[in-house]
Write a protein that binds this ligand. Structure first.
Ligand SMILES: C[S@@+](CC[C@H](N)C(=O)[O-])C[C@H]1O[C@@H](n2cnc3c(N)ncnc32)[C@H](O)[C@@H]1O
Length: 282
């Protein structure tokens, strides 16, 4: 079965990386065995939602997608609960733009930049989706129109139609908009919960809203004392992680960090390679 991927372009999306840690989740019931049904899996920094969507499609039942970004949360919530209206409106927009004209793309970008401030949650979600498809690197509200994304038809009718299937998958997923600390408090010590944790990268550039405010030291300390099961993927300096590495099981993976390039001696650019740490107490 071909699994559907996230409808969003998302920095640090784990769609391709999930095969490296999927075996760590509690196994799905086979002939009455396995914990997969009674365990609640919370994707606390869900972003583009690739992990939660993947788990739901392979049979996990009790999944939560959470993210602090309110407009991202609104997108998932509206896609789950008002998909028909969302898809109809998106189709009308797609029909009126000239997909071959970059000027048309730029105009749509300007329009959506205004619309995302709307009080209407459906319009807001539509703007979020369109911006995500047509700006640089999918950094929805943090960057500008990308003629390349437009030329590549990242905003297209097939993708809009696929949203219906994603909405069907979301019916089995709970969606929330909390700070990770609140969730840690609510489920403290609960043995039936597994967290999937993919926090913002510990780098200077802002890839997500709230990125600069994220306190990595505080996050690492709270994980050191946690009494819940977790799977963590973390792009962070090794020294900062030493505390966690001494306490939990670590599998390190080299991982291509796609948005950031470094200049070579001959002035060419190559992708920066960074270590994505995979750490778990399972
Ligand atoms: C590395 S991205 C997650 C990518 C995601 N795993 C995927 O596959 O697309 C980190 C996410 O954490 C969210 N975030 C930042 N601070 C947060 C906080 N304090 N609590 C919950 N989510 C937060 C950001 O909005 C961003 O979407």
């Amino acid at each position: 079965m071909k699994l559907l991927k996230s409808p969003l372009r998302y920095a640090g999306g784990k769609g391709n990386y999930i095969k490296n840690f999927i075996h760590l989740f509690p196994s799905l019931p086979v002939m009455g065995e396995g914990d997969g049904d009674k365990i609640k899996i919370i994707d606390i920094f869900c972003g583009g939602g690739s992990v939660a969507l993947y788990l739901a499609q392979i049979g996990y039942k009790n999944i939560v997608m959470n993210d602090l970004d309110i407009n991202l949360y609104n997108f998932w919530d509206i896609l789950k609960n008002h998909s028909d209206e969302m898809i109809n409106k998106l189709t009308l927009i797609w029909e009126r733009v000239d997909i071959k004209s970059k000027e048309s793309g730029q105009k749509l970008y300007n329009e959506m930049k205004e619309n995302i401030k709307s009080e209407d949650k459906i319009d807001k979600a539509i703007s979020y989706y369109i911006l995500n498809r047509i700006v640089f690197a999918g950094m929805t509200e943090l960057t500008t129109f990308s003629p390349t994304a437009w030329e590549q038809n990242y905003f297209n009718i097939d993708r809009i139609n696929k949203l219906k299937k994603i909405s069907d998958i979301l019916q089995g997923i709970e969606i929330s908009n909390c700070d990770y600390k609140e969730i840690f408090k609510v489920y403290k010590g609960n043995d039936n919960v597994v967290y999937f944790l993919d926090p913002p990268y510990d780098i200077k550039s802002n890839l997500y809203k709230n990125h600069g405010q994220f306190n990595h030291d505080e996050f690492i300390s709270s994980l050191y004392n946690i009494d819940n099961k977790f799977i963590l993927t973390y792009d962070c300096e090794e020294e900062k992680l030493n505390k966690l590495k001494s306490r939990y099981k670590v599998i390190d993976q080299e991982y291509n960090y796609c948005l950031n390039h470094k200049k070579n001696e001959d002035n060419t650019l190559s992708r920066r390679k960074r270590i994505e740490w995979l750490i778990t107490n399972i």
